[in-house]
Write a protein that binds this ligand. Sequence first.
Ligand code: PHE
Length: 497
Amino acid sequence: MVFGEKVYWDSKTAFVLAAIGSAIGLGNVWRFPYICYKYGGGAFLIAYFAALLIAGIPLLILEFSLGQRIGGSPPTALGKVHKNFAWLGWFAIFVGFIITTYYSVVMSWSANYLVHSFSLAWGNDPKTFFYSNVLNLSDGIFKIGSPQPYLLLGLIICWIWILLSIWKGARTVSKVVYVTVTLPWLILVILVIGGFTLDGAMDGIRYYLTPVWSQLLEPELWQAAFTQVFFSLSVGFGVMIAYASFLPPKSDIVNNAFIIGLADAATAFVAGFAVFSALGYYANIQGVPVSEVMKSGPELAFVTYPAIINNLPLAPLMGVLFFIMLLTLAIDSAFSLVEAVVAGFMETFAIHRTKINLIVGGIAFIIAILFTTRAGLYWLDLVDHYMTFFGLFTVAFLESIAVGWFFDTERLRQRINEHSLVHIGKWWNVAVKIVIPLIALVLLVISVIGIIQKPYGGYPRMAELLGGWIPLVLVIIIGILLGNITRKILRKSKVEN
Ligand code: PHE
């Protein structure tokens, strides 16, 4: 690449695939099914699709327009909206950056499980295997111990893989995503078809699809639905802004937002069939109702699923397929987060890509080592909670306020429509000005109150400070400092023009 040259996607398909690849991740096949399970199946599905249409897709259009129409990586685009919001772009990508640190460790678990699948190493007690053999989990968050060698090895491999995938930015990503998006889908289809043939599958699917209407009155269900939609669409971390900034002028962003949003939801919906049919089968073997097979959600991929795999025909093959699916799903989400950081730095400081790739990857890797230690799972859980909730909702709230109230929203809508097949109506202005900020604010306030009342997960307050508040405050301070630089650059370029 010639230094400073603007790199675009190879094609429209490459962009759509890359954005879908970022959106589809562990969130679809792991988080979605267990949250759906927790809230009783069908009712959650309804809330989820409603949340997608009310806030998810409008927010996706907003982020695409920030990156492509207003133009630039998250700090630049938000700085152009209003100079006082440049810091928010940095904040968003740093929150995303922290997410990659532990996301890559979950990838390392998956890589380890891929190898374990060949011999079904978890045997008859996948739970002990996961906590004792794989994680070697200690009994307290401050009993850190040393990194687990195989997790570390997996982590190194995953980081090399991530960095190679974004080596030349959009140009490399354009090629990688053809495999990392289609392969997991193929495997998913195999798992769904296989799932249907299992005894008891229908019980699971009935649980999945039957709504308990009264649950729709629970605010908690709606909170979970909106959170899942935001997380799953990869909005709020600057990724979609950065990706859209590599789109050539005149791209149709409305169309793309609908394709990407619906493809993401469809993947979660279809993955639900694979998971719930298997849960039905497992419930059948154990002679318990579907509602009782899974004790704790996060165990789904690494405890419940291995237990199910044990009983499947061609068990090792199913295991291998399942974990390849997880890995290929996760990789494009992971590198999209890194790419957003890299794009922000490249644009602001004109640093050469190779250098910044290595710096960002190196720092993320070093932080990630914490999550491979004996207390890794506790820290992962804690950091995840703070970053996804506060980071995500804060960004969604402020970026919609920025565009809705500090920018000519109506003019932006018209500019979006200029190159869109399907025009967005004035409802979008209402979504940006009122609906999205209101929902994000409510979610933020609920999370903050919840945490003040009771530390998340019962971790000691000290751990909460170290893993939650301090990183958040640091990210805000660094964001503000870098935001000032972005402001200066923007002012200068205005004067020059
Ligand atoms: N959307 C991804 C998933 O569903 C997670 C993710 C969030 C990826 C934010 C990138 C940015 O797993």
